[in-house]
Design a protein around this ligand. Structure first.
Ligand code: TNX
Length: 514
């Protein structure tokens, strides 16, 4: 017979937590949640109010009356800011679960939000409507390994709706990502309304890969995305790709072309054929207007200016162009980010280089310049999981879960000193993707690997262990109603769940192209 608050069924909380916290002290007992558990916080703080509501919606409102009468019940969950500790990063948190109280403390709302994500992964069974839920008593202290943990979504090759983007934000925020980079423009589509150049969205946004109707975000839509992300402590990083990848803009405004004539709208998937006119004054007027409007809508400190695969721009022109754009972003009070090719230009401290391939140039990383690691062979979520995979590309190889896991941003490139590495980002290009189901299928489970690598100071170095953890985590993916790929490298059978996600339905013509 067990005593009050004792349970012989204490489980190992490290078996399925992702990402693994920096330090865990496991207690010996379980506590139960009840529908009457109160969330306490400073109600004058809107950030905390959002977090409390989020916790209520995603946990407390799902809790049923405790069934194990011999467990103690958590009466209160305290959310508290502890602003005195200035030394630790904003996103650190500590979480304590004892017999009657859960205490979550952090120096900032971002840390509390990260702690809530950990808390959401602790209940057994996994939250479903009105189930009794128990929690392991424990003390967790956690702090991120990298400052930049990003995902990129290409909304230019295919347009995705505001609700699709919100779904991506919901999913990545569960795994402690803190940046969502939106690739807003490319040859195949211009996806953001620019009031001073309205034809960009009207004409440039009208189509997409494959020739279907495209779409674009109004400035109100974009603002809605930004604030949805901000509530979840994710910074939106808008990318306007230039001087290449600009066919959609060139088709909208002929005066931006070197020959003054508009090209046809483009719906294929080749790269490297377009360039803004580098020596026309109007080009810089155009860029200033676009970046000014986007900067004004974007609270985050970054503007991504692309800069990749500018194969139709002369090398000397390219450098001067990037330096001029860097001046424009600085004058708007923003830091410039660009794909690795921009490292050939003279960069100023604060500018950020995003590494993606050994097939493109990478200059010396200059003083004060940081690097985001997105190596295609390890971090490109649009690469197929294996050769017979229906979706995705394979120019950088195949990327199964183990490949996504077995690398490290710090030692991937010897030429970049570790103190210059800001973190990692996993890009999802959308040439072959049309639906949110397909996005989810490419994201998961590989995203779990980037979460572990990017966040955890206690990351597993061992795929045997991490692969098991992913398998154990499967039921949690199910509770997110996620269409994830049941990789053959993972044992998903731990609880013999019914109902497999299937490969999403595809349009035949797209499937045949790759
Ligand atoms: C390379 S990565 C590109 C994109 C493509 C992607 C497809 C980069 C900076 N450029 O334009 O969509 O490969 O994997």
């Amino acid at each position: 017979m067990t005593e009050k608050n004792q349970s012989s069924a204490v489980y190992d909380i490290t078996r399925d937590l992702i990402p693994m916290p920096a330090s865990i002290q496991a207690g010996q007992f379980l506590s139960s949640l009840s529908p009457a558990t109160q969330i306490q916080f400073d109600e004058s703080d809107a950030n905390l109010a959002f977090i409390a509501k989020y916790l209520d919606e995603n946990l407390i409102s799902l809790v049923g009356v405790p069934s194990e009468k011999d467990l103690t019940t958590v009466q209160n969950i305290h959310l508290a800011l502890n602003r005195t500790s200035t030394k630790i990063l904003d996103e650190a948190y500590s979480l304590k679960i004892d017999e009657t109280t859960i205490t979550l403390t952090a120096p900032s709302p971002a840390g509390l939000f990260m702690g809530v994500q950990t808390l959401l992964q602790l209940p057994r069974p996994f939250p479903r409507n009105r189930h009794p839920i128990v929690l392991p008593q424990c003390k967790i202290y956690d702090i991120p390994r990298f400052e930049w943990r990003g995902v990129m979504l290409d909304v230019a090759r295919h347009y995705f709706s505001v609700s699709d983007v919100k779904r991506v934000i919901d999913l990545i925020s569960r795994y402690k990502f803190n940046h969502l980079h939106l690739h807003l423009t490319d040859d195949q589509g211009w996806r953001i309304e620019i009031k001073s150049w309205p034809k960009l969205a009207e004409i440039g946004g009208s189509t997409q890969v494959g020739g279907d109707l495209g779409g674009f975000y109004t400035q109100e839509d974009y603002t809605e995305i930004v604030s949805y992300a901000l509530d979840r402590h994710i910074i939106i990083v808008p990318e306007i790709d230039m001087p290449g990848h600009t066919n959609a803009a060139l088709a909208s405004y002929p005066e931006l072309n070197p020959d003054g004539k508009p090209p046809e709208l483009y719906t294929g998937i080749e790269v490297g054929f377009s360039s803004l006119s580098i020596d026309k004054e109007i080009t810089y007027q155009f860029i200033s207007d676009v970046l000014r409007e986007i900067a004004a809508l974007t609270p985050g400190p970054y503007l991504h200016i692309g800069g990749d695969e500018a194969k139709s721009t002369k090398q000397a022109d390219y450098k001067a162009f990037i330096e001029q754009i860097q001046n424009i972003t600085a004058s708007l009070g923003k830091q410039m980010i660009g794909w690795q090719e921009i490292s050939q230009a003279q960069l100023i401290p604060g500018s950020i280089v995003q590494y993606w391939t050994d097939e493109a140039d990478l200059g010396q990383i200059q003083e004060g310049v940081k690097v985001i690691m997105s190596p295609a062979r390890r971090a490109y979520l649009d690469m197929k999981y294996h050769p017979d995979f229906d979706l995705g590309l394979n120019w950088a190889g195949y990327l199964n879960v183990q490949d996504a896991f077995e690398w490290d941003p710090v030692n991937y490139l010897e030429s970049i000193p570790f103190q210059n590495i800001l973190g990692l980002e996993a890009p999802l290009w959308s040439e072959t993707l049309e639906t949110i189901d397909e996005i989810e299928y490419m994201l998961f489970p590989r995203l779990l690997c980037y979460s572990e690598i990017g966040w955890s100071r206690n990351a597993s170095q061992d795929f045997q262990e991490f692969g098991k953890r992913i398998g154990n985590h499967g039921p949690r993916l199910d509770t997110l109603d996620l269409n994830y790929y049941r990789s053959e490298l993972i044992n998903w059978d731990n609880d013999k769940r019914a109902g497999n996600a299937s490969i999403p339905r595809r349009r035949q013509d797209l499937r045949l192209r790759f």
